[in-house]
Design a protein around this ligand. Structure first.
Ligand code: ADP
Length: 496
């Protein structure tokens, strides 16, 4: 409710104003002199003053001056007679809000006071908005500094880039990992802070939103000169309308994990190595006993044969484990030379034909390109990859099935597909089969002997050659494993 003070020496005018203002929902104070008016003003929180210009004692201009001294925002409406209109204008110059000439109609008073009340309302609203704005700003400031403090103190490295791949934020852990001095400002392209080209490439791709719909968050492993292994994970930052604004990359130190993994591999390799010779001896001795033993009975011979088969499986498991350990240590088959994959494949198919025939399966090979380019690889590695894939096709296909091997050249890479119409697999298994020891066990495959290591070896070798392997499979309809290997053009030219 607005509180209005009426200062006038005429009682009728004071009472008349009071009646009108009360109907406008105002609380009204009345004073007959300037001094009384000022005293009332000091005691109450009055927002509008109606003040006569000509009064005994101090006049309206002086009252206005004193009131504005107490509160410079006070809205004073000067009441004046026609004869003193110039003085009224003077009063306006001194800071009066408005004036009203005597005698006035109730409506005139209502309009003038109504205007003052509207001004007060707007003033209050503006003040409330300003308070709200300041509060929001303060909240925002606190929130911003809180988030910054969290990012700064994270034990992981964080770098944020914009859509052009320019760095907009780096936290201390990131600076420490990549030796970036504290006073080096963000703002430049990522490659000016990080040397690793592959990583920069990935960050640019994520910044442009190229991996937005990828199933998995893209990752990248890198080794720092301090023998620290980092795993970088990235995610695009998207606006509400889906536009890509940039990338956030998080770097985790995985050195301990790597060391542990290496220790594990070394341990497995050591155990496998120690077991290989005694097992090979047992296998040979069992073979000799079975061949030489007379009169031991069919049952015993069967038992010995089973023992011999089991030792053979164990020897092949150990062979696989040692292969894997070699690949993981990075020193896989180490005699790369120019090879024609098609020729090696002919040899493997020839060798495995007997095995396929024992299940009455058709094993065929077709070379779509007569002249296959060279691949630079160790022939043993190529044999291991396709030997495993074709053996699997034979193993996981029913009797009378078909296995077709095709070679071709596609987009500058050698492409080899091994297709069978065998047991096939669900998508959930396809995702897992390259994991070590993973085997699909169902009614059809349970009795098939295997270690679950063959495909991990295949994947390790294909990766080491910068190749790619894909799988398509459907339960009861078969599987197709496709390997792509890069053609080494430079070396090929050298040899010509
Ligand atoms: P292993 O054959 O010794 O079990 P692998 O690593 O070679 O180990 O294969 C892993 C699993 O993948 C196999 O156990 C099998 O379930 C599945 N698999 C591999 N090749 C095929 C195929 N051609 N058809 C169906 N399943 C397959």
């Amino acid at each position: 409710m607005n509180q209005v003070l009426v200062i006038d020496d005429e009682q009728d005018l004071r009472d008349g104003c009071e009646r009108i203002l009360k109907r406008m929902a105002c609380k009204v104070f009345k004073a007959s002199t300037g001094e009384d008016g000022i005293a009332l003003f000091k005691e109450n929180s009055i927002s509008i003053v109606l003040c006569d210009l000509k009064m005994p004692g101090i006049d309206g201009i002086e009252v206005l001056r004193r009131l504005r001294k107490i509160d410079e925002n006070i809205l004073v409406i000067i009441i004046t007679g026609f004869a003193t209109i110039d003085t009224a204008i003077e009063a306006m110059k001194q800071g009066a809000y408005d004036f009203i000439a005597k005698p006035f109609e109730p409506d005139q008073l209502r309009i003038v006071v109504g205007r003052a009340m509207e001004k007060l309302r707007l003033r209050r609203k503006a003040k409330a908005l300003e308070i709200e704005r300041l509060k929001n700003l303060a909240d925002l400031g606190t929130e911003k500094s809180r988030i910054l403090a969290i990012i700064e103190s994270l034990p992981n490295g964080i770098v944020v880039t914009n859509a052009k791949g320019n760095v907009v934020l780096m936290n201390p852990d990131f600076r420490k990992r990549f030796d970036i001095l504290q006073d080096r400002e963000p703002g430049n392209p990522i490659e000016t802070y990080i040397q690793d080209q592959g990583l920069c490439c990935l960050i640019h791709e994520i910044s442009k939103g190229l991996h937005v719909n990828a199933e998995k968050v893209p990752t990248y492993e890198l080794t720092l000169p301090s023998e620290t292994y980092l795993l970088a994970r990235g995610q695009s930052v998207l606006a509400e309308d889906g536009e890509c604004l940039g990338a956030v990359m998080i770097f985790t130190n995985i050195t301990d994990l790597k060391n542990f993994d290496q220790l594990k591999s070394e341990f497995v390799a050591k155990v496998a190595h120690e077991l290989r010779s005694p097992l090979a001896t047992i296998h040979e001795q069992l073979a000799a006993v079975i061949e030489d033993a007379q009169g031991i009975g069919e049952d015993n011979r069967h038992l010995l044969s089973r023992a011999k088969d089991k030792t053979k499986n164990l020897i092949s498991l150990i062979g696989n484990l040692l292969d894997l350990a070699r690949i993981e240590a990075g020193n896989d088959y180490n005699s790369p030379k120019q090879v024609k994959v098609s020729e090696i494949l002919d040899g493997i198919v020839e060798f495995l034909k007997t095995r396929a025939e024992s299940k009455n399966q058709a094993l065929s090979i077709v070379h779509e390109n007569v002249d296959m380019p060279f691949v630079v690889a160790d022939p043993l590695a190529i044999e291991s990859i396709f030997g495993n894939l074709i053996t699997n096709a034979i193993k996981y296909t029913q009797k009378n099935g078909n296995i077709a091997v095709t070679t071709a050249v596609e987009k500058g890479r050698v492409k080899v597909s091994v297709r069978d119409n065998g047991y096939g697999m669900d998508a959930q298994h396809v995702k897992m089969i390259f994991e070590k020891f993973y085997r699909v066990k169902n009614d059809k495959t349970r009795h098939i002997i295997g270690t679950g290591l063959g495909l991990s070896i295949v994947k390790g070798l294909v990766d080491a050659m910068d190749g790619e392997i894909t799988v398509e499979s459907e339960p009861d309809h078969g599987s197709t494993f496709t390997v792509y290997l890069p053609v080494e053009r430079e070396k090929q030219e050298v040899s010509v």
